[in-house]
Unconditional design. Structure first.
Length: 243
């Protein structure tokens, strides 16, 4: 789709993509000239978000039967590359994963089942988005002996993050989430998220305890939650408050 284009051109053109899978096909076209022959993408929704229980995994270039089985078995809580215990700040090579990431036995099995059968090396590229919507792109080198230059790592990292941001943008535009909180509801809920009791919130905001309860009841209805903790998590996860 975008072979051999500059980073600036790619960033501009990826903004016109409106389908989830097309985002990663576009990235595949961009990185192929860099020596990449397969890639996968994981997205981990933030805690409390409306889609927190969903799972996002895309793969292109891998054996389709293997990818389909991997997608079926993949679960949010065993995603190796996006674990909160394994924060990545920059791309790393597959060969360095065992040394730099602390994985559970289940996560190691996940790696072996999908990636290790491939006889080539690759890189793991962290990507970050709005409201802690983070993810990871895993790329496989076509030639396991290839020397992936610092320049190519930069290009792959930049392009991956642009695609992740576009993926998040498409998700936001397609989300069935029309929650709109008033300024006072956001204020009350922000103090809830910061651990304040209703009585303390009433004193801070300058309203009665009963009025705080009334605001929270309206928040529960809007966010389809039933308690203050879940409502606060939902608001933080979906970016409804400035926490």
């Amino acid at each position: 789709m975008y072979p051999r284009v500059s980073l600036e051109e790619f960033a501009e053109k990826i903004g016109d993509v409106t389908a989830y899978k097309a985002v990663w096909l576009a990235l595949m076209d961009f990185v192929k000239p860099l020596g990449i022959d397969a890639l996968s993408y994981y997205h981990k929704p933030p805690a409390g978000a409306a889609d927190f229980s969903d799972k996002y995994f895309e793969a292109t270039g891998f054996d389709e039967t293997l990818a389909k089985e991997h997608r079926r078995q993949h679960t949010l809580f065993s995603t190796p590359f996006t674990s909160n215990f394994n924060p990545l700040l920059e791309p790393i090579f597959w060969s360095d994963v065992a040394e730099k990431l602390l994985w559970t036995p289940e996560q190691i099995e996940h790696l072996e089942a999908f990636y290790r059968p491939c006889p080539a090396n690759g890189i793991v590229v962290p990507v970050y988005g709005p409201n802690s919507r983070n993810g990871c792109v895993v790329m496989r080198f076509k030639d396991c002996e290839a020397q992936f230059s610092r320049e190519n790592i930069f290009k792959a990292h930049f392009a991956s993050n642009q695609c992740h941001l576009q993926f998040c943008k498409i998700m936001a535009s397609n989300a069935d989430n029309n929650v709109v909180l008033t300024e006072r509801e956001r204020e009350v809920l922000t103090w809830v998220a910061r651990g304040k009791s209703n009585a303390v919130i009433a004193e801070i905001v300058g309203i009665s305890h009963h009025t705080v309860n009334g605001y929270l009841r309206r928040v529960y209805l809007k966010t389809q939650t039933s308690d203050r903790t879940t409502a606060a998590l939902r608001a933080v996860g979906d970016g409804l408050i400035d926490f």
